[in-house]
Design a protein around this ligand. Structure first.
Ligand code: ZN
Length: 250
């Protein structure tokens, strides 16, 4: 049975401290929790409807592989559907399971024609954003094909409001399982490769600030902060469209 290490988010239910508590949960436990989340207490426990923010211990865990027996279950399918829904609600190009509080080796990627159109001309001129049809990666293993690195602005829905330039390998190959549990190979170059490397990092408890050029780390609305004389507030909810979400978020 898949053992899922769920951070202290579960401990909240029992009135325990959020910090420093790690528990072992079976996937069955997680499934029951999923049912509760959707039926009764949506938004209070993982998988969340919002995205966890950096500082949450769940973002620093090594994600656990998904047991092959779990993949065909309706509960797992429901979990994947939820991950996709949250990704789309934040208009992110990708999202990893730990970002909604569940540290398992799963991520999703999707870039649409709308994303392509909205991407800045500057970015497109440098390295074109490509349209990537929705894809689910389960237990992915990545291999770098071309070690030549490209550095571009990157952001993350788990570090809302900021961005930085991050070097990434030019091209990669991922071996993973699909929703049917069948292995597939995915080769990517440029932006799709960048998004996948960002998501792979999430599965290893890493975030882009670990790899960024520190001098480029910026508040994406620093100019607006001056213009508004500091009268700005960050909103972490899904389905909020603002300049905070105008960068490349995964
Ligand atoms: Zn991210």
């Amino acid at each position: 049975m898949l053992k899922v290490v769920i951070q202290s988010v579960f401990a909240l239910e029992n009135g325990l401290s959020r910090r420093g508590i790690v528990r072992n949960y079976s996937f069955g436990s997680m499934v029951n929790n999923v049912k509760n989340y959707f039926a009764l207490r949506a938004g209070t426990k993982p998988p969340y409807h919002h995205v966890c923010q950096v500082g949450d211990p769940v973002l620093r865990l090594q994600a656990e592989p998904v047991d092959l027996e779990v993949i065909p279950t309706a509960e797992f399918k429901k979990f994947i559907d939820h991950l996709i829904t949250v990704m789309r609600s934040y208009e992110a190009y990708g999202l990893a399971a730990p970002q909604i509080g569940v540290p398992v080796q799963v991520f999703v990627i999707e870039t649409t024609e709308k994303n392509y159109e909205e991407n800045s001309k500057t970015m497109r001129a440098g390295q074109p954003l490509e349209i990537v049809p929705l894809r689910v990666f389960i237990n992915p293993k990545m291999k770098i094909i071309d070690y030549k690195t490209f550095t571009y602005p990157e952001a993350c829905v788990s570090i809302c409001g900021y961005s930085a330039h991050v070097p990434r390998a030019k091209s990669i190959r991922i071996d993973a399982l699909d929703l049917s549990g069948n292995p597939f190979v995915w080769n990517a170059d440029g932006w799709p490769a960048r998004i996948a490397q960002h998501e792979m990092d999430h599965l290893q408890g890493k975030v882009y600030t670990d790899k960024m050029d520190p001098k480029t780390f910026s508040c994406v609305v620093w100019d607006l902060v001056n213009f508004k004389e500091g009268k700005l507030a960050m909103d972490y909810r899904p389905n909020i469209r603002s300049k905070f979400r105008s960068f490349f978020y995964t």
